[in-house]
Design a protein around this ligand. Structure first.
Ligand SMILES: [Zn+2]
Length: 96
């Protein structure tokens, strides 16, 4: 599925998909599940029970860019900008 609308409402990212269904994902979860190499290795190193706590600008979105036709790149206000969330991954984490 493809997101047709993304909007940020306080602490939540609202996603409207191309089949008109809607999902919400908390920004804290979105950040925690960042798929970039740095965050991946952090999670691997710390194991499954690792729950990072993010605060302030780490939980504010500066910008969202569409990458090609398959993903979104989320740029956080603290400067963390490597996370490329492909649409399938976004769907998966928003419905978990
Ligand atoms: Zn990351």
């Amino acid at each position: 599925m493809i997101p047709v609308k993304l909007n940020i409402d306080k602490n939540t990212l609202n996603i409207t998909w191309n089949d008109n269904s809607e999902d919400k994902i908390k920004l804290a979860n979105l950040r925690r599940l960042c798929p970039c190499a740095v965050c991946n290795s952090e999670r691997e190193k710390n194991g499954n029970t690792y729950i990072p706590i993010y605060t302030g600008n780490q939980l504010k979105i500066e910008n969202i860019k569409i990458v090609g036709s398959y993903a979104v790149n989320i740029i956080w206000k603290d400067g963390h900008s490597n996370g490329i969330y492909d649409f399938d991954y976004l769907l998966k984490i928003s419905r978990n």
